[in-house]
Design a protein around this ligand. Sequence first.
Ligand code: AHM
Ligand code: MG
Length: 340
Amino acid sequence: MTTGMKLKQFLLHEKRAGVDLSYDLIELIHEVSITCKEINATVSRGELSGVLGVAGSENVQGETQKELDIITNDIMVDHMKFTGLVAGMGSEEVDDPIVVPAVERGEYLLMFDPLDGSSNIDVNISVGTIFSVLKAPMGCRAEPKLEDYYQKGTQQKAAGFVVYGPATVLVLTTGQGVNMFTLDTRIGEFVLTTEGCQIPDETTEYAINMANKRFWEKPMLQYIEDCLAGEKGPLGKRYNMRWVASMVAEVYRILVRGGIFMYPYDDRDPSKAGKLRLMYEANPMSFIVEQAGGASSTGRERILDVDATGLHQRVPVVLGSKAEVEKVVEYHLKSGTEAA
Ligand code: AHM
Ligand code: MG
């Protein structure tokens, strides 16, 4: 009976049961969970924390940062830098790799989005922290080069996210399925509450920002049109739509009851293949979704197989219930190989 175990206790239990997990990786995940408790403490105080609203600076993608984006980024960096577990870090909020002092260097690279969905903070809707762990090719022996970060999603050693919602929940995979740990605020520990999440294969619920419709490619337009046609249309089902504008909340919902989430290719800016970032959002979420029996694609290619060419690279994302994702891929393949 593992439900009820605390996060680190559970990971050590898994290791003893034969799962391939290094002690350093277990420690790293545990340390990340500590920073997420700190982020949770800040976020959950809302207006009381005095940090809501626009900070006035812009991040590397030219988006206005909320103060909390910066604060939560610093919480993660300042903590993880001195754990002896990471060789370097990549953050959605920072242009270049984050350097770790030589004496503190560890074996892993940590990629993270400290506060995903932060435009929701002021309106009190769920936000979250997303993270992905890669092996540093040179380990602790040298400062990682930029190219060391350019690893495919299939190389991830662990990925997870914490959603700061009505309950604070850590969703984690180390490549052996997906487990959920709920923060028990009475004892300050993440406790295993769901073991082996399984995304239902089929769904009738889709999530997409319809306001971007005019920028989409033909296959995406066609798929959504067919969803809207309902039971009388070619898909033969009555669909429902959701859009939280917070990827952590959307993926959490999909893990619990299935669904499909799409932030597809759009032609607003030819230098960006989509809105979401490969290293901080698409790869970790795809690893989790696949490990829960779902699928994840750009529409044409499995996301975990996409070549990484930049720290802040964008990628179209279609993920969730397997049969539905495969349907969307079919629409793309049928329409030929142009674009993205
Ligand atoms: P962020 O990392 O700047 O918060 O952006 C990512 C978020 C996702 O959580 C969410 O799915 C999407 O952006 C919402 O985009 P939109 O504002 O187009 O609805
Ligand atoms: Mg984000």
